[in-house]
Unconditional design. Structure first.
Length: 82
């Protein structure tokens, strides 16, 4: 029935190594390198992301308030109605 999926082709001069999942550490250097790296990435990207988001929120909030204000009837247009 042919070869199994991992052995479909033979590639020469390429060496691959693998390590069993049972021999690997699940969380190597998690507290010493992982958490400080997350903090570093967060602080470098927060100043790129937050200002545009704040500007978008403020403009959206202003536009919604302006729309609601314009949607109301103007009492001055109906002063002379009887």
């Amino acid at each position: 029935m042919g070869r199994h999926f991992g052995g479909l082709a033979r590639i020469r001069h390429v060496v691959t190594y693998s390590l069993s999942p049972f021999e690997q550490k699940a969380f190597p250097n998690y507290f010493s390198q992982g958490i400080p790296n997350v903090w570093r990435r967060f602080t470098t990207s927060v100043f790129k992301i937050v200002p545009p988001m704040v500007m978008l929120y403020l403009s959206y909030n202003w536009a919604q308030a302006e729309y609601e204000r314009e949607k109301r009837k103007k009492p001055a247009d109906y002063e002379n109605d009887k």
